[in-house]
Design a protein around this ligand. Structure first.
Ligand code: ATP
Length: 255
């Protein structure tokens, strides 16, 4: 993104955003409520155009490309998308149908490669046992993992995760963070961008960070440089102390 503004009426949702994500990078985007994180992902998933500036995605420029060709190359999970999944749909069908950009099984016959890939992904994300269960009967943590398996199904070049840890209990969060760490370290995995409010949800292996406040970038770059007490305090508007242990973070109000 170069010089990106997103303006609605008098309001700047994003202002002057410059940001580059390389194919082998894993980024966390942190910021308080209303900072513009979801807007940033809407641009990054080709679901929104900037008011000003340029967004280039996977070698294409938004505005000069058919977004319906671009979107299948990008996997995304978010609460808004999850709400659109019919609760009666079978979990296995939700995953396998992603390759066809529909939710739920719409063909009687799927390609054997698709069925195999869906099976492997469901094993990897710990949801294979629920393949025949309706989505609506799954716990929040299980639903989150199904969504990620679905997002990975078309082998995307970019994976966008909007608050994947929201609503999970401590065990569920740790399970998810461990699985995301494994994915982050996997050499052939897509570029990854994870949005969160909580530094505790940053998986090990996420090597870059972008801090957003009121639509503007506070800091962006290697996580070691960006995730500091001062930058985090400025981002969240409260004096914070950050602790890092074994590649995981915790934050608390500074005394
Ligand atoms: N169409 C619109 N017109 C005016 N303001 C809008 C519009 N859409 C979003 N906003 C505002 O833009 C700001 C950024 O919204 P966005 O959803 O991107 O923030 P966020 O960082 O994802 O927040 P949260 O963490 O609460 O999900 C918010 O203050 C929101 O109210």
């Amino acid at each position: 993104m170069t010089g990106v503004d997103v303006v609605r009426g008098e309001t700047y949702l994003l202002r002057g955003v410059d940001w580059a994500v390389e194919a082998d990078q894993r980024w966390v985007v942190l910021g308080p409520n209303g900072a513009g994180k979801t807007t940033l992902l809407a641009l990054a998933s080709a679901h929104m155009h900037p008011t000003r500036g340029e967004v280039r995605l996977l070698g294409e420029t938004l505005g000069a490309v058919d977004v319906f060709e671009l979107r299948p190359r990008i996997g995304i999970t978010s609460a808004a998308l999850a709400q659109r999944i019919p609760t009666a749909e079978k979990t296995g069908d939700i995953v396998v149908s992603a390759g066809y950009a529909v939710v739920g099984r719409w063909r009687e016959q799927y390609d054997v490669h698709d069925l195999t890939r869906a099976g492997i992904l469901m094993e990897q994300w710990g949801v294979a046992a629920f393949a025949n269960r309706p989505f609506g009967t799954l716990s929040e943590g299980e639903r989150k993992r199904v969504q990620i398996a679905r997002a990975l199904m078309p082998d995307p070049e970019l994976l966008l995760l909007d608050e994947p840890g929201a609503g999970l209990d401590l065990g569920g969060r740790e399970d998810l963070v461990t699985r995301l760490s494994d994915l982050a370290r996997y050499h052939y995995a897509p570029a990854q961008v994870l949005v969160t409010h909580h530094v505790e949800e940053i998986p090990q292996g996420y090597d870059h960070a972008l801090l957003l406040r009121a639509g503007e970038v506070v800091a962006a770059g290697p996580a070691d440089d960006v995730l500091t007490d001062d930058a985090l305090s400025e981002t969240f508007g409260v004096k914070l102390a950050l602790t890092r242990t074994d590649g995981r973070f915790t934050a608390r109000r500074a005394s």
